[in-house]
Ligand binder design. Sequence first.
Ligand SMILES: Nc1ncnc2c1ncn2[C@@H]1O[C@H](COP(=O)(O)OP(=O)(O)OP(=O)(O)O)[C@@H](O)[C@H]1O
Ligand SMILES: [Mg+2]
Length: 288
Amino acid sequence: MTDPVAPTPSAAGSEAKPVSVVVKDIVQEYPSENGGVTRVIDRVTLSFDRTGINMLLGPSGCGKSTLLHMLGGVRPMAVKTPTSGSVSIDGKECHDAHDDSVMVFQRYANRPDLSVFDNIAFPFRLKLWKSRVPESEWRRRVADMLEAVGLADKAGLRPAQLSGGQNQRVALARALVLRPKILLMDEPFGALDAQTREEMQRLLIDLYRSWPCLVVFVTHDVTEALMLGDRVIVLSTQPARVADDFMVNEARPRSAAWQRSAEAQSLEERILNQLHASPGKGQVRVTI
Ligand SMILES: Nc1ncnc2c1ncn2[C@@H]1O[C@H](COP(=O)(O)OP(=O)(O)OP(=O)(O)O)[C@@H](O)[C@H]1O
Ligand SMILES: [Mg+2]
């Protein structure tokens, strides 16, 4: 995986040793309505061995969210059909949510009763993070994150007093304040208008530059995949298999001119061909 963005000094520390995530021969079946089972993921093997932004695309319902959770060690809950295959993080087989992995969802998951500051600081109420990070350190980190996501003057407001984009900034800050090795993002900007989505993409690029980690980012938006990704992985329709997997070597931020270049156009076509090769097709947003 290429990493055109060099880590800044603030990124030194726990990220110095790159994390490795390997899913091998993953098969996931879910109970179907007729009493049988539906295979959702079919023998997917993927390996991530360094920091970088990895984009995961695929038709609607093909199993992206299921696979994304597994990359953090999380198996589907309350399902009688177990996952087969293995998930290894840093060389150790993983059967449960991994402590170094955090997730950001489209629906922010901010607590309505807490201020912006307390929402970002929320993980430090939990035993694991309380024991890992002293209070003076997490308070400093929360203050840094408030600055980094541009919400320093909104620290005392509640989520209902914020816009969608600002709420997603809070969710991103809450994830990055933990300095995760693995950041899993499930269509995080999918509900935002086009302009806010672009602002959030620029913000993610800036935050990644300061706190690089292994990012896996699910999107339906082909342009988003090309503007953000070091690597683009395309899944086929259900049952999901890896249909394509390639690198994008252009440094970020990627310009409008690059977006219009022959290289970008041909990568876009390559992704769309794979998505359209899937019989189910699903929703694909192209904003180039
Ligand atoms: N707990 C469950 N029990 C039964 N079926 C499930 C369960 N979770 C997911 N599924 C089914 O598995 C398939 C894949 O779901 P998943 O959410 O992983 O897909 P996705 O690619 O993320 O979809 P979308 O593009 O809509 O976000 C879907 O058909 C879904 O209905
Ligand atoms: Mg999903």
